[in-house]
Write a protein that binds this ligand. Structure first.
Ligand SMILES: Nc1nc2c(c(=O)[nH]1)N[C@H]1C(S)=C(S)[C@@H](COP(=O)(O)O)O[C@H]1N2
Ligand SMILES: [Mo]
Length: 323
């Protein structure tokens, strides 16, 4: 991501990813080598690294396996990679900063204010959220506008199920989301790299689509801080920046809300942000992507491969104009 303001920051996109991947490959080779010294063979190492090794994060109980249509058959990204290469500007602008700074985030107590065009506004406590809804696994691709992608087994709740409890009025046409503002917990906010809070938004029909979830976990455990603990949005047919992390507010509104990246640079990041290989970002192509952990690129799919489920939301819209 880059913007007028962020472009003054050191170059962080393309080169660090290449460096990260190379170092990762080197570490993997090293781990396999040392494991083979201890165990006599390195076969088990790759399998173990694909899942959370650390018992530090709690397992989520009673997770319902992903139903058909909500799980890609592709191999999930290694947990170690999905938690080490992140975008979360509140925890730093470098891809490895969020993992390093995540310890300062306090995820309890935590509440989400639900307000605006709702008959029953209220405050949703994270503990209530975890108890009130069945937790489902959803194995989704996530495609960053910077042209890398991952496959993550999320644990979450359909966003629509949560919003409906607050009784949206007929004036509720959009949902605006905000991330926590707290310099103590989010050291990246000590600098005005973005106009805090981080803001995102969905049209109401997008928010109610069953693919859109509030994620509270991944790989069967609670979310790590760097991935947006304790609760984040996951909208798999849109570029990663729509999937706002560490949410504290959802405001239903009659008009399209402002969103962080289109505020920063409206010609580069639109409100809709549907994954679209046919519409290039002004400074780079969107035709292909690099799956984290793989070397060769793969073609990017329209709506990130979820077209069958979501294309109907945009029928009749010009998706070049509404990018
Ligand atoms: N609050 C907040 N949410 C955010 C971001 C951010 O900087 N702050 N970055 C976004 C971007 S650009 C991407 S690609 C995804 C990355 O999610 P991941 O780190 O879990 O892969 O988070 C999104 N959510
Ligand atoms: Mo992104």
């Amino acid at each position: 991501m880059r913007s007028i303001r962020a472009s003054r920051l050191p170059e962080r996109e393309v080169t660090p990813e290449a460096l990260f991947l190379r170092r990762r490959a080197f570490l993997q080779a090293g781990a396999a080598f040392s494991a083979s010294l201890v165990f006599g063979c390195g076969e088990d190492t790759a399998a173990r690294a694909a899942t959370p090794e650390s018992a530090a994060l709690a397992k989520l109980p009673d997770v319902i396996p992903a139903p058909e249509g909500y799980r890609t058959s592709e191999e999930p990204t290694r947990y170690a990679d999905a938690t080490a290469y992140n975008n979360f500007y509140e925890l730093g602008t470098g891809k490895e900063d969020p993992a390093q700074n995540a310890h300062s985030l306090r995820v309890r107590p935590w509440t989400i204010a639900v307000e605006g065009e709702v008959a029953k506004p209220g405050v949703l406590d994270i503990e209530t959220l975890l108890k009130a809804y069945p937790l489902e696994e959803r194995i989704y691709r996530l495609r960053c506008v910077e042209a890398w992608s991952m496959v993550i087994p999320w644990v979450g709740i359909p966003l629509g199920d949560v919003l409906k409890r607050f009784a949206p009025t007929s004036q509720a046409k959009y949902v605006a989301f905000e991330t926590l503002v707290d310099e103590q917990q989010m050291p990246g906010q000590r600098r005005r790299t973005l106009d805090w809070p981080y803001r995102e938004g969905l049209r109401m029909d997008e928010a109610l689509h069953p693919l859109a979830i509030l994620a509270v976990g991944m790989y069967g455990r609670v979310l790590p801080g760097q991935n947006g603990a304790p609760v984040r949005l996951v909208v798999p047919w849109k570029y990663g920046f729509k999937s706002i992390k560490s949410i504290v507010r959802m405001r239903l509104a009659p008009r399209m809300p402002r969103t962080t990246w289109s505020d920063e640079n409206p010609s580069e990041y639109g409100f809709y942000a549907n994954v679209n290989p046919h519409v290039d970002h002004p400074r780079w192509s969107q035709r292909s992507e690099r799956r984290i952990g793989e070397w060769s690129k793969r073609p990017t799919l329209e709506f990130n491969g979820y077209g069958e489920q979501v294309a109907g939301l945009y029928r009749g819209m010009n998706l070049r104009r509404n990018f």
